[in-house]
Ligand binder design. Structure first.
Ligand code: 5GP
Ligand code: MN
Length: 334
């Protein structure tokens, strides 16, 4: 993979470009993709952003979000946008399977593929890119890429909103270990470019419906198990709960973090039966590496302290497998 700044000559003349991200995108996947979208449009390119699936309603405020194509509900339009592209940008994921039903279409493209990502162990499918696991967010890498290309004059208020949102959520509001001086310097620069941070916190964190808060209460009260001998806490959500509380995309985001607020807990797991498959979300503290854990037991991956995976077994069976896995890792968890 060639270094990201080497794409500079390719951006000098107008190109047909697609930007895509991982399925069920979070604020970083959307924020980084839209920041790049606004930059490339200003440079005169024909750019389309495609999300493999729908995205949470609380991201609809993002400048450009209304123009994002959902591959599942607008497949014909999305395939048309992919036709004859010269450049494909893949943001905030490290393996093509994370684009779900888009994967075979992306794999078949013969265009130049560019990766911008901060997850561990990227697949070697890219011509150019940056894969920096020390970056707090992919949005930060988009910001830094634009600087590397000498184009920082294009970073406007709209882009600042997108970059800030992605970095705010991926750093747990600027508290995780990844929140470096480099992050704060970027944020200061975004303020200088017109960033209004307060409305972003409200749009993302104070924008839930009543049912989401009731679901959270129910999950903590009735679905949480704590295994003190393994410093682990888990919430397992049956599909019936998703229906009962009428949960929408994004409503379960952040729930797993509450588990880490229990004194001594080093590993937190949220296991959700989504009917077609069981999804697992892991968070950890200290030297507990959930990227390796998710990879080894649940066909997943991610970051050292935040990772995910999936399972084709039933919820009950997946929970049993999770409990066996923490027993196997007893030494690391103590
Ligand atoms: P979340 O728990 O918020 O869904 O995901 C946490 C982190 O793990 C994210 O950075 C996400 O991209 C990554 N991740 C989640 N699920 C999977 C998966 O099935 N495979 C891989 N490789 N990464 C995942
Ligand atoms: Mn990210």
């Amino acid at each position: 993979m060639k270094r990201i700044e080497e794409i500079k000559p390719l951006l000098e003349s107008p190109k047909k470009v697609v930007i895509t991200m991982h399925q069920k995108p979070d604020a970083d996947a959307m924020g980084s993709s839209l920041a790049l979208f606004h930059y490339l449009k200003q440079k005169g390119h024909d750019v389309t952003v495609i999300s493999p699936t729908n995205f949470p309603e609380f991201l609809e405020w993002m400048p450009g979000a209304k123009e994002v194509l959902d591959f599942e509900s607008a497949q014909e339009k999305a395939l048309k946008a992919l036709e004859g592209i010269e450049l494909l940008f893949c943001l905030d994921f490290n393996a093509l399977y994370r684009t779900k039903s888009m994967e075979p279409y992306l794999a078949a493209l013969s265009c130049i593929k560019v990766l911008i990502d901060h997850h561990l162990e990227p697949q070697p499918d890219f011509d150019y890119g940056v894969s920096d696991t020390t970056a707090a967010s992919t949005a930060q890498l988009v910001y830094e890429t634009i600087y590397l290309l000498g184009d920082e004059k294009y970073i406007n208020e709209e882009m600042a909103q997108c970059i800030y949102a992605g970095t705010m959520t991926d750093t747990g509001s600027f508290r995780f270990a990844s929140t470096s001086a480099r992050v704060h310097r970027m944020v200061a620069d975004l303020f200088d470019r017109g960033l209004k941070h307060e409305i972003i916190h409200q749009a993302i964190y104070d924008n839930f419906l009543e049912n989401r808060l009731r679901f959270l209460g129910h999950s903590l009260l009735n679905r949480m198990e704590v295994y003190y001998e393994y410093n682990t806490a888990m919430i397992a959500i049956p599909y019936t709960d998703l229906k009962r509380f009428d949960l929408q995309t994004g409503d379960t985001e952040g729930v797993v973090n509450y588990l880490l607020s229990i004194q001594g807990i080093k590993l937190a797991a949220l296991i959700i039966d989504r009917h077609q498959e069981v999804k697992l979300s892991f968070r950890s503290k200290g030297d507990v590496d959930v990227n390796t854990f998710a990879r080894k037991y649940f066909d997943g991956g991610g970051h050292f302290h935040a990772a995910g995976g999936h399972s084709a077994d039933s919820l009950e069976k997946t929970v049993q497998r999770f409990i066996s896995a923490i027993k196997e890792n007893e030494e690391i968890l103590q």
